[in-house]
Design a protein around this ligand. Structure first.
Ligand SMILES: O=C(O)[C@H](O)[C@H](O)COP(=O)(O)O
Ligand SMILES: [Mg+2]
Length: 309
């Protein structure tokens, strides 16, 4: 970023300068690589260009609905080969927090999940039994007199609620999650991410932050959020991939998660793309609400299109 503010990547020279400045790229996914099942323009070509240049590619998503393994299949569906150890999700970061910070005992302590398989699968890989989540009994209309999660009492071995994006959110899931959160002395509250909205092709939908806020409001508790911009997530990635932070660039579509993650994590640089949540006006505003990106571009694919022109 110059004294005049963020640098727009809109020429071959600036695109080449951008490429030459970093040896590792951390890519956000929703709004950067794709919008749901819609791959954004020139993404495959851009990732291949970076790979051919010997750059390290890492994918860092706040989307907790899929596990790291499931994300490798999503990439493969687009014809992009990515290994599981290149992918970090907010669901994985939350499971690491449960294991390494809360130190819950696998096989003994259980987790109530308000969210999808991307959370429960990562917890299961670490040996934790999770309840709730995609359990089809939670799809039933809620009745406190008959809910199987209440009539026999809460599970006394649950010592943490992990809440994330749940596209099947309903009153049943909210009501039972709240019962566990009311056990404040014995049940921790973890949120996967703060994203208020979720970008789809042609739409902006409610994000994890919005549904988790419902539980925060009803319980009067504030969760520990483990996804971007949490510095523990960055430190996990930097040590796992042996990165030189000064040569890393965070590429994202949201200022208060992706760009904050890169700036507060002291990475070498950040690139905001305008294919997701943010606008050029927001990218340029010097608002204390969020850090400014070093670079910005209409889309990530411009890096390929400009340097190969
Ligand atoms: O609502 C959410 O969880 C987020 O909007 C979404 O999943 C963000 O994913 P990311 O842009 O970090 O890949
Ligand atoms: Mg995004």
């Amino acid at each position: 970023m110059t004294l005049t503010g963020p640098i727009k990547i809109k020429s071959k020279a600036v695109a080449q300068e951008f490429l030459d400045s970093f040896d590792s790229f951390l890519f956000d996914c929703d709004g950067v690589l794709w919008l749901g099942s819609h791959l954004l323009p020139s993404i495959k070509e851009t990732l291949k260009l970076l790979t051919d240049l010997g750059k390290k590619l890492i994918f860092v998503t706040n989307n907790s609905t899929k596990s790291r393994a499931a994300y490798t299949k999503k990439f493969a569906g687009f014809g992009i080969e990515v290994s599981e150890d290149q992918i970090f999700t907010s669901g994985y970061a939350s499971a690491v927090y449960v294991r390494d910070f809360l130190k819950l005992q696998p096989g003994k302590d259980k987790v109530w999940v308000f969210g999808e398989s991307g959370i429960s699968e990562e917890l299961s890989l670490m040996g934790y039994e999770s309840l709730g989540g995609g359990d089809p009994r939670l799809d039933e209309t809620f009745d406190f007199k008959t809910s199987p999660f209440l009539v026999n009492g809460l599970d006394p071995d649950v010592h943490c609620v992990v809440a994330g994006l749940d596209t099947k959110v309903n009153y049943h899931r909210l009501a039972v999650s709240l019962q566990y959160l009311q056990k404040e002395d014995s049940v921790h509250f973890v949120g996967t991410n703060v994203d208020s909205t979720f970008p789809q092709k042609g739409f902006i939908f409610p994000g994890a932050g919005s549904t988790i806020a419902s539980l925060a409001c009803s319980s009067g508790r504030t969760p520990v959020y483990c996804g971007k911009p949490n510095i523990n997530m960055l430190n996990t990635i930097v040590s796992a991939k042996n990165l030189d932070k000064s040569k890393c660039c965070m590429v994202g579509d949201r200022l208060n998660t992706d760009i904050r993650f890169g700036v507060e994590g002291s990475l070498g640089g950040t690139l905001l793309v305008l294919t997701g949540i943010e606008t050029e006006e927001r990218a340029l505003e010097e608002d204390g609400d969020h850090p400014q990106p070093k670079y910005y571009a209409e889309k990530l694919g411009d890096v390929y299109e400009l340097t190969s022109s």
